[in-house]
Design a protein around this ligand. Structure first.
Ligand code: UDP
Ligand code: MG
Length: 309
């Protein structure tokens, strides 16, 4: 069957939002010109969301249920969505209705102008704590500065991508993923559409601080060597300092000054450099662990139940 639009929503314990998500997506998509499907990827929910998704699929043939075998994380669930989506244009949306489905026609309008990636830019955010807003804002700006790809600031995964882009992304099977970085990396013609990010429809965030930090690490390590290079810069700076310090201390000693005497200075220098070395080792470890994960070559996700691809 030829499908024009695929809407992908990753679901992790969103049973309360599901019917409303389906209703609003259906309302918007039925008003458009082409055929559509709603790919609901259940990411190992334990609240009955998977049963609800299968029920929706029985009631409405637009719904394409993909049930993963356990919780693999938001990014992997989105990837499973890419694999199962059949549309000429693929739209990723959050299940909690923070990304209003009513913005989809704006994304489609830009796509029809010829843009292959149309990302939604969060002009305003509603109903989120100041902590989340500040950390998110900082995150986007740090990532923008240190990564090699220019990932647009204040954009989430809410975006439309052309079939060409999705086919390229499907070949990128890296384990520690940052989908919005990946979709910037591929190039093509990209444009942004501003929107107002709403408050969660129901339930609580499935992104606690720990998961946000993990995502930030994926983004940084996946798109930059900067943390590895920091150790080199530090090495040069401390070696430079030592080269300057050695003659200075020698001369001070010769003229009888005790300025650099005492254990405290030695201890501080040793502790400081020891700390820097351990942190650098940790950074190396982070990259090596990722290499190890890639080397194992396990499947990105395991499907419990899904239609034919
Ligand atoms: N999600 C998921 N797997 C996870 C965590 C989240 O599929 O392990 C889904 C979640 O159901 C939602 C989307 O990812 O549709 C975004 O999550 P959330 O709204 O909790 O993040 P926030 O908007 O608070 O950053
Ligand atoms: Mg949300």
């Amino acid at each position: 069957m030829n499908i024009r639009y695929s809407v992908i929503a990753p679901i992790f314990n969103e049973i309360e939002s599901l019917p409303e998500l389906h209703r609003r997506v259906k309302e918007v998509m039925d008003g458009l010109d082409g055929t559509w499907e709603l790919v609901l990827v259940d990411d190992g929910s334990s609240d009955g969301s998977s049963e609800r998704i299968c029920e929706l699929a029985r009631e409405d043939k637009h719904v394409r249920p993909v049930i993963l075998a356990r919780n693999f994380g938001h990014q992997i669930a989105v990837t499973a969505g890419w694999d199962y989506a059949r549309g000429d244009a693929v739209i990723i949306i959050d299940a909690d209705l923070q990304d209003p489905p009513e913005v989809i026609p704006d994304l489609i309008a830009k796509w029809q102008e010829g843009y292959e990636v149309v990302y939604a830019v969060r002009a305003e955010r509603e109903g989120e704590s100041w902590f989340k807003k500040i950390t998110a804002s900082l995150f986007y700006r740090v990532i923008f500065r240190i990564t090699d790809v220019k990932i647009p600031v204040d954009t989430g995964d809410f975006r439309l991508m052309d079939r060409k882009v999705v086919d390229v992304l499907k070949t990128m099977r890296e384990r520690h993923r940052f989908p919005r970085g990946m979709s910037a990396w591929v190039g093509f013609r990209q444009a942004g559409v501003p929107y107002k990010r709403a408050a969660r429809y129901a339930g609580t965030t499935k992104y606690p601080l720990k998961k946000m930090l993990k995502l930030a690490l994926n983004a940084i390590t996946g798109f930059s060597y900067f943390p590895l290079q920091v150790a080199t810069y530090f090495g040069f700076v401390s070696a430079g300092l030592a080269i300057v310090a050695i003659p200075v201390v020698a001369v001070l000693r010769l003229v009888g000054s005790q300025f650099f005497g005492g254990q405290a200075t030695t201890l501080i220098a040793v502790l400081f450099l020891g700390g820097v070395q351990l942190i650098s080792l940790g950074v190396l470890g982070e990259y090596i662990g990722r290499l190890y994960d890639e080397a194992k070559g396990r499947p990105l996700y395991i499907v419990r139940q899904a239609p034919e691809k």
